[in-house]
Write a protein that binds this ligand. Sequence first.
Ligand code: FAD
Length: 423
Amino acid sequence: MTVNRRTVIGSATAMAALGSMKMTLADSHRKPTVVVVGGGAGGATAARYIAKDSAGGINVVLIEPTRTYYSCFFSNLYIGGFRDFESIGHTYGKLAADFGINVVHDWAVGVDRDAKTVALAGGGAVPYDKLILSPGIDFVNGAVEGWDITSQHAMPHAYKAGSQTELLRAQVLAMPQGGIYAMVAPPNPYRCPPGPYERVSMVAHILKQANPTAKIIIADPKPKFSKMALFEEGWGDHYAGMIDWIGEDFGGGNVSVNPKEMTLSIDGEVTKVDVCNVIPAMKAGHIAHQASLTEGNWVPVNAADMSSKADGDIYVLGDASQQGDMPKSAFSANSQAKICANAIRGALTGSSVFPARFSNTCWSLIGPENGVKVGATYEATPEKIARVDGFISQIGESSELRKETYKESVAWYSAISADIFGA
Ligand code: FAD
């Protein structure tokens, strides 16, 4: 394998990182190696739990191109001015320093399932005994007429956090008085079902203060959406008259955009807009397709351990997986990662494996201290991850309860960040 400064980074210097990678490759003759592609909610959690719980018995290599992971979760709160940008950024130093994980900052560009190696954009290939893919999402080409990835500056998606999120907030703040913010919402399934509607709430919050005559249009291909009654209640309470949701029944799925003209056409009616947040249909991250693990847009997995149905040595976590009833969320990816880590440790070292139970909660902020949530627990069945029971915030709850729910979400963000990236 070729190792160069571009491909390898740990917590220390490039030289130390090179040394530790050489050590890993030498050790790999004795110890099993787990390679993890994608250092987000699913991948970094799995890497950390395998390294932590195997106490050095398994080599863990984490391949992730970015040096700072900006979380999509809570990125809407940054757009709404409730968080600063730095607070949603996370680095990989603790995973390298505290857990001995080899963090390789590069793109995985190929999986050779026969040779059991992962090829890197920077050159070389990393061998694995078990491979975990948690690459998140990519967008379906041609999903929104007139938009492709080269339009993302004029019409940002902001559905992968980072510069896109900063761009969208800057565009909202620069809107002329009385201007129009449009969102093209995605079809199911997509990451974070309430995410587009929390975003609209956050955009409305800043417009209400700085640009109260501005309008928001949502073109939606769906007849209904997650926590719809709660959002509608909140929009009426906080942003009366500002938000126009155009669902499937009113042509919300018959949409095209023109990024040069900054126009949006909904069911043939063309509107000039000031900001157009296009969130296209989604599919598993490219590497999952490249590895020939997908059926359609997603990777079918076994619920008991998140192994791919096409290859028992490859596990697929989070948004990229097609697992059953869990929504595509960071909470879900983190929960699945712990089940997967436990199963892989069992397979490689003979440690005990506990039955798969999963959980998820999705909080959304509608206005200042007005938090709502939806959640459930799940179990593994032979067919899928199946919902066991659940809960959802109620219409008409007291402001005290909504404040408590918001505070709960803030505590969750701190806890899950530490669980993913180390405390
Ligand atoms: P990600 O966290 O996206 O991680 C994927 C990683 O893989 C990335 O770091 C990427 O760089 C890397 N990668 C991709 N391809 C390659 C490759 N070829 N080689 C190497 N690395 C690669 N979830 C919640 O639980 N709560 C929330 O409040 C919430 N709010 C959200 C709000 C918004 C606006 C959005 C968009 C999402 C929100 N989510 C929320 C959803 C959550 O962000 C995702 O479901 C979660 O991040 C999925 O985890 P993942 O590991 O599948 O993917």
